[in-house]
Design a protein around this ligand. Structure first.
Ligand SMILES: [Zn+2]
Length: 479
């Protein structure tokens, strides 16, 4: 069993520098890891556990379906032409100004907002995603973990520490990352370099096949390296886990030189995502000033104008926000980003009917946008149309039953309608997806006692309750 040594090791790594806050982290059961590498199923389990910690307990997790949807769209576009298109990938964003991205076991790839903002082009941003995707498709993590018990677990532990540290940017946790990763990297520099080279090569091909500008890779990595020289003791976090050498950059440049030149324009999504992040950082007044400057510098920059409208909304200047949005709508290409903002402005003006109309029209134009669908259900719940929200969300749950945002909306809509049995039944599913079976069971018990369920609903609640109780029992037995 790897579980205990890993937990022990994690606590050792945590104990290295000064006193650390107690990080309660329930390490996943790695199962049988006698094989030379971690099995894909075990890898996915570890990844799932870490991602749950991040999504539900990490304040730094960016709970923004629009930005997350964009990063997933770009990431999946790359993964689809990567070395193993059948692997599952899940991309998420962490609110952190440092330049970092990381691949967790099981295809979960995290990106810091700092990285998204530091990239000068979409191809540059994509080059980091491509590199991370390559670490997953080439099964580097699995090989590291399976290779040698001690250094493998050290690597694993520092990976976990790095992730946990993302939640608090205290110097202490930074020190822990540095200590953990320095040790891990030092003890296996040999194949870390080989892995880095392979991830560069595979990532570059992926970038090329996805139709992006391959020059984005050497240019971005070169800038990362330059910033290392400038801040000697404060190198971008990314470089601690992905040691960058002059040789690596030269290698990328050589490969790129033989590839055809391709001019690629940044997508609107890339530009709007960045503008939205800019509008959301720092004090609202500072964000307004920053975006006003950007609009002043380039009056035709639609994304800057969008960001400014967002920042104004955040600063409580709703009328100014509506004004800027009006100018944007008059000239910019239609985009779901503009419509969700328009709806948010309507909601801030206590005009949910107008928000609903905006989102319904937008949804006809952009039927694939999940963010629009969430926003519409939310506006319906606030605007006295909870029954329509229930119908719409149920239709989506039919095909995406593992989406906790949908279950949360369903629970809210049903609470609004006073349907308590259904409300708690939906809330139970939110907890199941969060990995919290006891809380889910509790919700089902409340649902049972709510007293407004018909025979059919109550039987379904009972069946689900028995199923979850059984599952909880099995989980406890495994431990
Ligand atoms: Zn790497």
């Amino acid at each position: 069993m790897m579980r205990r040594p890993l937990a022990l090791l994690l606590s050792l790594v945590l104990a290295l520098p000064a006193p650390l806050p107690v990080l309660a982290f329930d390490l996943p059961d790695l199962g049988d890891v006698a094989a030379s590498e971690l099995s894909p199923a075990a890898e996915r389990r570890i990844g799932e556990q870490i991602i749950r910690e991040i999504r539900w307990r990490d304040a730094a997790y960016l709970d923004d379906p629009e930005v997350e949807e964009y990063v997933n769209r770009l990431g999946h576009r790359l993964a689809a032409v990567g070395n193993n298109a059948s692997l599952d990938f899940d991309f998420f964003v962490v609110r952190d100004p440092s330049l970092n991205a990381f691949a967790l076991p099981g295809g979960y790839i995290g990106v810091h907002t700092g990285l998204l903002l530091a990239a000068e082009t979409e191809s540059e941003f994509a080059s980091v995603l491509g590199h991370e995707i390559a670490h997953v498709t080439q099964r580097h993590i699995a090989q590291i973990v399976g290779k040698q018990s001690q250094s493998a677990m050290l690597m694993m532990a520092s990976l976990l520490v790095a992730v946990l540290a993302a939640r608090s940017n205290s110097d202490v946790s930074q020190a822990a990352i540095a200590a953990g990763q320095a040790g891990a990297i030092q003890s296996q520099l040999g194949y870390t370099r080989a892995f880095e080279r392979e991830a560069d090569r595979v990532g570059l091909d992926t970038l090329d096949r996805a139709g992006l500008d391959v020059r984005g890779m050497p240019s971005f990595f070169e800038r990362l390296q330059r910033s290392t020289r400038m801040y000697e003791n404060n190198a971008p976090a990314y470089l601690r886990t992905h040691p960058l050498t002059t040789e690596r950059i030269a290698d990328m440049e050589n490969r790129v030189a033989s590839m055809p030149f391709r001019q690629v324009l940044d997508s609107d999504d890339f530009r709007y995502a960045r503008a939205k992040l800019r509008a959301s950082v720092g004090q609202p007044a500072d964000a307004v000033r920053d975006l006003e400057d950007r609009v002043a510098r380039d009056g035709r920059d639609d994304a800057a104008l969008y960001g400014l409208a967002r920042a104004l909304l955040r600063a409580g200047r709703t009328a100014d926000a509506a004004d800027r949005l009006g100018s944007l709508r008059a000239r910019a290409a239609p985009s779901p980003w503009i419509e969700t903002l328009a709806a948010e402005i309507s909601l801030a003006r206590r005009d949910p009917s107008s928000a609903i109309r905006t989102l319904e029209t937008a949804q006809q134009r952009f039927p694939a946008s999940r963010s629009l669908a969430y926003a519409l259900a939310d506006a319906q719940i606030r605007g006295g149309q909870a029954a329509q929200a229930v119908a719409g969300v149920r239709r989506m749950i039919d095909t995406r039953s593992a989406d906790p945002r949908l279950w949360q909306l369903l629970s809210r809509a049903q609470a609004e309608l006073g349907q308590r049995t259904e409300q708690h039944r939906a809330q139970a599913e939110v907890y199941v997806l969060r990995g919290s079976l006891p809380a889910a069971i509790e919700q089902l018990e409340i649902a049972r006692r709510a007293g407004d369920g018909d025979f059919y609903t109550l039987s379904a609640v009972d069946a689900r309750l028995r199923e979850l109780q059984q599952r909880l029992l099995e989980e406890r037995r495994e431990r």
